[in-house]
Design a protein around this ligand. Sequence first.
Ligand SMILES: [Ca+2]
Length: 720
Amino acid sequence: MEAYQDVLTKLTNVGLQYESRPSGKETILIFVLCPWPVLKREAIRNGIHDWLTGVKVADTAEAEEMLKPAKDRDQSLDDLTEADRIRLIHDLVTGQPSEGGAGIYPTDNEYVESILPLHDKQFNKTWLRTWSMKWLVNQADFTEIRDHFGEKVTFYFQYLENYFVWLFFPTALGIIVQFYGRPFSIFYSACVLIWAVFYIECWKRREKELALVWGVRNVTKSENRRPAFKGDSIITDPVTGEQKAFFSPWKRWARKVAGLPVIFAGALALSVLVTFMFGVEVFLEVYYGGYMKEILVYVPTVLFTLAMPYVEELCNDIAKRLTDFENYETDGTYDYHLVQKVFIFKVLNSYLSVLLTAYVYIPFGPRVIAILQGYGLPFATVAIEPSMLKDRLRAFMVSNQVISFFSETIFPWMSRKLMKGAAKVQREVSEVLHHDGAEDEATEEAFGGQDSEEIRKFLRTVQNQVDLPVYDVNEDYAEMVEQFGFVSLFSVIWPLTGLCAFINNWVELRSDAAKICFHTRRPIPSRTDSIGPWIDHLQHLTWFSSLTNASMLYLFRGATDHKDLTGADVSSRLSLGMMLLCVVASEHVYLGLRWTVRAILESIPTEADLSSHRKEYGIKASWLTRLNGAIGLTATTAATTSANTTTTTATTAAETDSTTQSDGGNYSGSDSGVDTSSMRGSVSSLRFSEGEYGTIPVADCLLSEGDLGAQAIQSCFKAQ
Ligand SMILES: [Ca+2]
C-alpha cells in the first residue's frame, strides 16, 4: 500500500493525473492521464533538447516558432502525433527525477510490474484492412503507422517492404536459372553478390532519407539514459556541462571480456548440439537399414525444430544477462550489444547444418564410409551427392518459414484460447467442489465492481492486453536478416530460395502487423534513426557469402540434377590450395565492388541531404542577419533576469496552467514580459567580445525547465 501511495505521489509530482482500479487480487491498474499544459511543457522541452542535440533540422520558420514565448505557441501541440504523445508521457513517467521525470520504472521499483500504452482497436482494424488489400504498401501508409506506433516499429516495416521489393531481382533471376540454366552457375552467384552489395548500400541511403523526413536524424546519439543504467561516479558532461552519472568504459570492456568465455562456451555447446543432431541424422540415413527407416530419418530434424525455440530462448537469456551486466547507458547501445550476441547464436543455429553438409559431409563422407566399410561395418552404399545439399536447403527454407508463420500468428492465438479454456474448466471444477461462487464473486467485485457495465467491459479488455507479451522488434529483424543470409549465402545451391523468401515476405509484412495488433502489447513508441546493428549484420553476411559462393562453386561446379557428379568426385577434386585461392580472390572482388558502389552512391547527394543543408543554411543566414541588425540598433534598457541554472525537478503543484510554471523560482516573471523585440533590445546592449560566449551555460538553462524556449535563449544573451 505504501508503494502504491509512493507511485501516486510521484505521478502527481510531475503533474500527471490518474485513476486506478483493482484488477484481480494482487494487482492494481493505474491509468495515467496527462493534462494538456503538462504535455505541452514536455513537448517544448523535448523540442529544445532535439534542437540542441541536432536531431531536428528546423527551417527558419520552425525555429522562429520555437523561439516564441510559450504563451504564443499554443498551436504547437497540433503537430504532435499520437506516438509522440505516448512517448513523451512514457518518458515523463520513467524519466530520472533529476531530469524532471517521475522515476517510475519496472526494473527499479519492485512493485511496478509494467507500463504499457493501450491498443487502439479501431486503428488496428483499419491498418490490417488497408495493408492486406494492397500489393505494395505506400509511403502514406507508413507515415500513418509512424504517427501511431513511432519510428522504431515503422523502420522495421519500411525495411521489410524495401527488402521485399529488392528481392524481386534474385527471384526472377532464380526462376530463369532454375528452368533454363544449370545449378551452381557462376553467373547467378556473381549476380546475387552484386545484388546484395547494391541492396545494402541503397538501403543505407534510404535509411538516412527516412530519418530526415521523420525528423529523427542523430536521435540515437542523444538518447535519454536507461533507467537500469547504474553509474559508479558523477562527472561533469564535457559537452553540456551538466552533472551526470558515469560508468567507466574500461570497466565495461573488462566486463565484456569476462563475458567472452560464456559466449564461446554457449556457441560451442550449440555447435555441438547441431553437429550431433546432424550426425544422428546421417547415421540413420546411411547406416541404419532396419525397421521404419523412412520415418526415423526425419525424427532428428523434427526434434531439433521443435526444440529450437527453447534453445533460442536459453541463448537469448544468456545474451541478455551478459548485456545487463555490461551496463549500457542508452537503449540504443544496449540493443546493439544484445543483438550482436543473439545474432551469433542465431547464425550457428540456422546455417551450421547446411555448412556441415556442404563442407564436411559431401566431400569427406565417401572416404570415411569407405574406410569404415573396410573394417567390415555394414554401411549401405548410399550415393552422397550435391543434390542432397539442395534437398536440405529446400527443406530448411520451407519448414523454417512455415514454422515461423505458425509460431507468430496461429500458435499464440491457440495457446491463449487453450489457457482461457483451462482457466474456465478450473473455475468450474472448483465451483463444483466447493459449491459456492463466493470467491468468483469476490474477484468480480474486485474487478471494478462499483462501475458500470461499460467500464467493466473496458477493464476486461485492458486486463487482456496486460496479459500479452511485450513486442520485440529485434526478433522480427533477426528473422528477416537470417532469411537474407539464406538467399545470399546459399541460393547458388537452389536458385528458387529467392522466390521462397519473396512469397514469404509478402505474407510476413501482414502477419507481423497482425502480430502487433493481436498477440502483443502495443509497443511503446520510441525513436530511432536506422535499423541499428542489423545493417552491420547484413554486411557481415554478404562478406561471408562471397566466401561460400566461391568455395561452393569450386566444389560443386558441374553438378546437375541428373547426378553426374557424386560425392566421390567432389572429394577427389578437393585441393585446399585451390579452394583457398578461389575464396580469397572472390572476397577481394567483393571488397572492391563494395568500395566502388559506396563511393559512387556517396558522391550523389540525396534530396534529403540537400533539403537539410538548405534548412541549415537558411537558419544560419537568418541568425546572422538578426545579429547584425541587433548590434546596429541603439540600446534600450532591458531588465536583466539572470539565468539561474540549477536543474530543478518539476514543481509539485498540479500544473493545470503552464503560466504558473515559474513556481520553481527560476525565470519568474519572464513569461509575461518577454517577446522577441525586447530580445533584440537586450542583445544590442551587449558588446560581443571574444570569450563572452564561453561563460554562457546554454544547455543548462534550456534543459532545466521545459517551458522556456525564448526566455532561456534570451537569458543567454543577457547573462554577462
Ligand atoms: Ca516476423
